[in-house]
Design a protein around this ligand. Structure first.
Ligand code: GLU
Length: 395
């Protein structure tokens, strides 16, 4: 049946991360023992001090509409956080709080993009950047990278990709799905190219900033010449195990923040009031309070890399942050396994789901068709079991 849906929705790809997680859930509900390594979601509980702040907010009767761009106290906390963690100066007027970093990004895309604009996506990139660009009626262009370059792009590649129509570029460091991280020197070298192209705006998605295993996390907005063209995006989902609370935020030039507020005022009226109050507690807490989760993720990363190394045909980089490994599995293309011909990463991910009962996400969704994404935001036992199953099927 062809329903009379808009071209907009018909042209929008489904979120592969969420779709694979839904498929895994469905198989589980049928009694199949699926190990879900598809979703980037910490398996920890939200820390108690954040939960207590939310309970307090309910008891204090925080139940009305909030300012569209978020409570002032929260925007002030965001500014303190930007200063403390990122050495970035923003005022509350430059901050907009939204229903998750995904909405923050969508707001920015909607207020900046026009039909015909180009968006640059250093690949691999998070699945929703391309979809949101399509929603903004822009076209997107991938800038490819490989394991050999640790999945990072070079200034020469960036220079070659920019055209007069380029409006926006997405950076995401630490990166989902590769876990790669740009150093300050690398960002400054890329920044030189961007400095010469004042028509290009930069979305810096720093949602994995605290899931960081080495060195400082450098925010590209710290490059003075780029500050006025950079939108720094962050949120509490990953670092504070608050995915379902749906709070994201931006620090941006005031005119962009104002436009995002206008957009949000017509779409959601603002983010959830209780979650906003809880976020103040999260952001004001010392980062050391969440270190136990980061330490655990690092242990799991090392374990997963070690176990993957024992399986033929998995080529990996060493992720510096986030909680994914993104192996190149093209070794298996053209081979027949368990009676299935593997032509591409999607076939491979399907093989793992249906034969090993392990859910991963195809790299095709991330602009890297030789890879699959494995999330290690799962217990060590589950990860061990998942990799043992994968090894068995591939043997
Ligand atoms: N960002 C997470 C992921 O990549 C959550 C799902 C989503 O929003 O895409 O798995």
């Amino acid at each position: 049946m062809n329903y009379p849906l808009s071209d907009r929705i018909n042209g929008l790809p489904i979120s592969q991360t969420l779709a694979t997680a839904a498929k895994a859930r469905e198989l589980k509900s049928q009694g199949i023992d699926i190990i879900g390594l598809s979703l980037g979601e910490p398996d920890f509980n939200t820390p108690d001090f954040i939960k207590e702040a939310a309970i307090q907010a309910i008891n204090d009767n925080y139940n009305s509409y909030t300012p569209v761009n978020g409570y002032l106290e929260l925007r002030e906390a965001v500014c303190r956080k930007f200063k403390r963690d990122n050495k970035l100066t923003y005022t509350p007027n430059q901050v907009v709080v939204s229903t998750g970093a995904k909405q923050s990004i969508a707001n920015v895309a909607m207020v900046l993009l026009n039909p015909g604009d180009e968006v640059l996506l250093p690949a691999p990139y998070w699945v929703s950047y391309s979809a949101i660009s399509i929603l903004g009626e822009a076209t997107y262009k991938e800038i490819p990278s490989t394991i050999e370059s640790d999945f990072k792009i070079t200034p020469a590649q960036l220079e070659a990709a920019i055209t007069p129509k380029t409006k926006l570029i997405f950076f995401n460091s630490p990166n989902n799905p590769s876990g790669s991280k740009y150093t300050e020197a690398e960002y400054r070298a890329l920044g030189k190219v961007l400095e010469k192209n004042p028509h290009v705006y930069i979305i810096s998605d720093e949602i994995y900033e605290h899931i960081n295993y080495e060195g400082e996390n450098f925010s590209i907005a710290r490059i003075e010449a780029l500050y006025d063209r950079t939108i720094t995006v962050n949120g509490v989902a990953k670092a504070f195990a608050m995915t379902g609370w749906r709070i994201g935020y931006i620090g941006a030039p005031e005119w962009i923040a104002k436009a995002c507020t206008k957009m949000q005022g017509q779409i959601t009226s603002g983010a959830n009031c209780i979650a906003q109050r809880a976020t103040i507690a999260a952001l004001d807490a010392p980062v050391s309070k969440i270190q136990y989760m980061v330490d655990e993720f690092k242990t799991r990363r090392d374990m997963v890399l070690g176990l993957l190394n024992e399986i033929e045909g998995f080529k990996t980089n060493v992720p510096k942050g986030a909680f994914y490994v993104f192996p190149n599995i093209s070794f298996y293309f053209g081979k027949t396994i368990a009676g299935r011909k593997i032509e591409n990463a999607t076939d491979f991910a399907l093989l793992l789901l249906e034969e090993a009962h392990v859910a991963t996400v195809t790299g095709e969704a991330f602009g890297a068709p030789n890879c699959i994404r494995i999330s290690y935001a799962a217990s060590e036992d589950k990860l061990r079991e998942a990799l043992a199953r994968i090894k068995k099927v591939l043997a």
